[in-house]
Write a protein that binds this ligand. Structure first.
Ligand code: SF4
Length: 397
């Protein structure tokens, strides 16, 4: 397996082998497709995932491909296809063809879409194998929600916010049976192992309201995920563990420390976290705040959130904004984690010289930087104009 070079990914071979063999670092994208795997976990830069996918109300394959392409050009490291509308095989296969970065799925979406309440282990294994054969690189499996949580989750403000977790919970409630992803976990692992697919252990009970954070449901499920992590490792499957959700700022560091402890150092893939519930319309910001703090505390992979979160299916611009917000959060986290501030220093040097081209080069979002740029004829910006402090300092020399 090749080690990415440059920057944070330039691990020595010994360090790389040590981290991979301990499960603290995984290589996502080792499928049959011709793409460069990304490294997720300890010792490497924090990665960003962007979700795309059709819904039952809006099913436009071209639009979803355009969104995925926008996410790639904005710097996303991975894409998840969360489609639940139209021809799901066609959407996934098209994305796999068009997208040059690792692609993840949540197979239970397709199982539920095709079988509804007739879902069983056979239909689950069938979809997982079909998706794996197509070349999907990582899959979210919500194996940690069990019958024991179905009563206690009702005490929450929002009992369940995970869509995959919701499908499984409603099936379990209807049939009064245990989660088939849990009871059939070893068979699922066999398929993932055969096709080299990374397992992403879904947190069906992630809090969907900050007041629910770190309740018995979240922590109880996390303990199960810790045990499932060890089973995945024993089966030779690479694994990362998904996390919240909605978490107030003062609990984020504790959240990351807890996951790393309970899940034995497995990479942590957080969905946000959103630090307040009232940012409606700006949840790319609430999640970027949480993502930066989580990354600085050791989270390894950030799932983006767009401004349309909780409101509707994102459009292309929402996707772009969501990726940029998460990239800023990931980079801010890496500055704290590793002291990775070379680009920031370059930016500041360019700023001191009023070297605008270089500033645009260093910007995480050059497109928006150029859009806002308003320069006077003397090359300072219109903010302070002739009182530009950087010019005044130069003139003082
Ligand atoms: S004009 Fe003001 S804001 Fe603009 S570059 Fe100079 S000091 Fe900075």
């Amino acid at each position: 397996m090749s080690v990415e070079v440059g920057g944070r990914e330039g691990l020595s071979k010994g360090e790389f082998n040590r981290l991979v063999s301990s499960g603290r670092l995984i290589s996502v994208g080792s499928s049959s497709r011709d793409l460069r795997p990304i490294l997720v976990g300890e010792g490497v830069s924090t990665k960003v995932n962007a979700n795309v996918g059709t819904s039952t109300g809006k099913c436009d394959l071209k639009l979803e491909v355009a969104k995925a392409e926008a996410a790639v050009s904005a710097g996303a490291d991975a894409i998840m296809d969360l489609s639940v509308g139209g021809d799901l095989d066609k959407v996934r296969r098209t994305l796999l063809k068009k997208i040059p970065i690792p692609l993840g799925t949540v197979p239970v979406y397709q199982v539920y879409f095709e079988s509804k309440f007739d879902m069983n282990l056979d239909s689950i294994l069938n979809v997982i194998e079909r998706q794996a054969r197509d070349g999907v690189d990582f899959m979210t499996i919500h194996a940690g929600i069990t019958q024991s949580f179905l009563k206690s989750m009702r005490k929450r403000i929002i009992p369940i916010t995970s869509r995959g977790g919701g499908f499984i919970a409603s099936w379990m409630l209807k049939h009064g049976r245990e989660n088939p992803l849990y009871t059939g976990f070893d068979q699922i692992l066999e398929v993932l192992k055969e096709y080299g697919v990374c397992l992403s252990l879904g947190d069906a009970l992630r809090p969907g309201a900050i007041a629910d954070a770190h309740d018995d449901c979240q922590i109880g499920e996390l303990k199960i995920l810790g045990k499932l992590t060890e089973r995945a490792w024993s089966a030779g499957v690479q694994v990362m563990v998904e996390g919240p959700g909605h978490v107030p700022i003062h609990m984020i560091e504790q959240d990351v420390v807890l996951q790393k402890k309970i899940c034995h150092g497995a990479p942590y893939y957080v969905l946000g976290p959103l630090v307040t519930d009232i940012g409606l319309g700006h949840d790319h910001i609430t999640s970027a705040i949480g993502g930066a703090i989580a990354a600085s505390a050791g989270a390894d992979f950030l799932c983006y959130v767009t401004p349309s979160e909780h409101l509707g299916l994102p459009d292309i611009e929402d996707v772009r904004q969501g990726v940029v917000a998460s990239k800023i959060a990931a980079h801010a986290g890496d500055i704290a984690k590793y002291g990775d501030m070379e680009k920031d220093i370059e930016m500041s040097r360019a700023r001191r010289k009023l070297d605008w081209e270089k500033m645009f080069d260093q910007a995480l979002d050059p497109q928006i930087a150029k859009k806002y740029s308003c320069l006077t004829s003397k090359k300072e910006c219109s903010m302070c104009g002739e009182y530009c402090v950087l010019k005044l300092l130069e003139e003082d020399k």
